[in-house]
Design a binder for this molecule. Structure first.
Ligand code: CTP
Length: 400
């Protein structure tokens, strides 16, 4: 009974996949969940209220008022739920959700909710590919909602492509996974400081020295730490990565100097500090006030050393468990161990640019972790999975 006592509010909108929700409800009830169903008016064309209420063991509502004149309080539904699932979620309902078009019970309930929201879209393939749907799904993600992507296959229109609602088993597994990982609040009460992304060192008002770091690794660690209950302070250089997790306090900076200043506003309160940023080692000595014009055949820019943020964290270490990263192209292990020692770290994560699938701008990474006494090598994995490995390793060290 993996979902024992969990209250799941299912909002059905008008798509053919609505009939599959019967199977989903049966499965969730078997796993111990309490289920309440709300529908949009058009959903009733696709699935019977009677079947849904029999399976969910609760009356099903689709309007603000019932026939006997009672008011169906959307706020109560919203506050009752531990999780709201929109399945199937049509293009129309999705658009109303993200733009606040509150013209039915389902959207009013959604807008009153404080709990996590899962969305399983279902529509024809062209609708799914349409820029408005794509943008609306991105907005939903920015709100912190969880999207269960549509699957590919034959669609009700007879066309083949992506648009089918994820199977009930998949939806049920995602919900289980969510509650499971959320019950594992292993970093509750801990403050985790993370640096991420590149730094940009200005040359003049339009140019800078930077690097290819995307910030993905640092953002993945931040999200995983937040999932585990930590208060996360994420200090990121210029990066297109986003997060809407309410447990992540994000500070966006540009240069190494700014990152240094921001880090040391928070460092003393941190229990764990993880430096995943690719900080520029040098910055131009002078930043030209105006755009540098093309003149001579060669141009020399004098660079001066930036402060080493991680090394300073090592020097000022009190209670912090301090983790560094090393990105190497040669003598990888030796260099990583050298940094562990020199920067007074508790642990260092090594990625080698020689490993295929590791490094900048990609979704995977292959790491080795060193402490003063241990070495552990990991397989090539997605950066989200690597984030879990890193935090599992840290937790094992802290709890030793
Ligand atoms: N780092 C930092 N501040 C810097 C440079 C690096 O905080 N000015 C941190 C990085 O976030 C990373 C670790 O130090 O966690 C190692 O960075 P790396 O660039 O590999 O090492 P460096 O010490 O700069 O040495 P080198 O460039 O000579 O390899």
């Amino acid at each position: 009974m993996t979902l024992q006592g969990k209250r799941i509010l299912i909002c059905i909108s008008g798509g053919i996949a609505a009939y599959k929700i019967n199977l989903l409800i049966r499965d969730l009830i078997k796993k111990g969940a309490e289920v309440q169903v709300l529908m949009t008016p058009s959903a009733e064309n696709f699935v019977s209220k009677l079947t849904l209420s029999t399976l969910s063991k609760n009356p099903v509502f689709l309007d603000f008022y019932s026939e006997n004149g009672t008011w169906n309080n959307h706020v109560e539904f919203a506050l009752w739920a531990d999780l709201i699932l929109f399945a199937p979620c049509t293009a129309n309902t999705l658009a109303k959700m993200v733009h606040g078009i509150c013209d039915n019970l389902v959207i009013a309930t959604y807008m009153s909710a404080k709990c996590p929201v899962f969305i399983a879209p279902a529509m024809d393939l062209d609708m799914y590919q349409h820029p408005s749907t794509k943008q609306n799904l991105e907005l939903a993600e920015d709100f912190g909602h969880f999207i269960i992507p549509a699957e590919s296959g034959e669609l009700a229109s007879g066309l083949f492509g992506q648009g089918r609602m994820a199977e009930p088993d998949t939806i049920s597994e995602k919900i289980e996974e969510f509650f499971h990982s959320n019950s594992n609040k292993s970093l509750m009460g801990k403050t985790v400081l993370i640096t991420a992304g590149p730094t940009y060192e200005a040359i003049d008002p339009v140019r800078f020295i930077g690097n290819h770091s995307s910030g993905k690794m640092g953002f993945s660690i931040a999200e995983e730490a937040a999932k585990r209950g930590a208060k996360v302070i994420l200090i990121s250089g210029p990066s297109s990565q986003k997060t809407a997790d309410p447990n992540i306090e994000i500070h966006r900076i540009s240069s190494a100097r700014e990152m240094f200043d921001e880090v040391f506003k928070h460092y003393q309160n941190a229990d764990i500090a993880i430096a995943s940023a690719a900080v520029a080692d040098y910055a131009p000595k002078e930043v030209a006030k105006e755009k540098i014009k093309k003149s001579e055949d060669s141009l020399t820019i004098e660079l001066v050393k930036n402060p080493d943020i991680l090394k300073t964290m090592g020097e000022r270490k009190s209670k912090q468990f301090l983790v560094g990263f090393a990105l190497e192209t040669q003598n990888e292990e030796e260099n990583a161990k050298g940094k562990l020692e020199k920067k007074n770290l508790d642990m260092i994560v090594l990625n080698s640019l020689r490993d295929e699938g590791a490094g900048f701008k990609i979704d995977t990474n292959k790491i080795k972790i060193f402490t003063k006494t241990r070495l552990k090598e990991f397989q090539l994995k997605s950066k989200n999975e690597v984030a879990k490995d890193i935090l599992n390793f840290i937790e094992a060290q802290i709890l030793k």
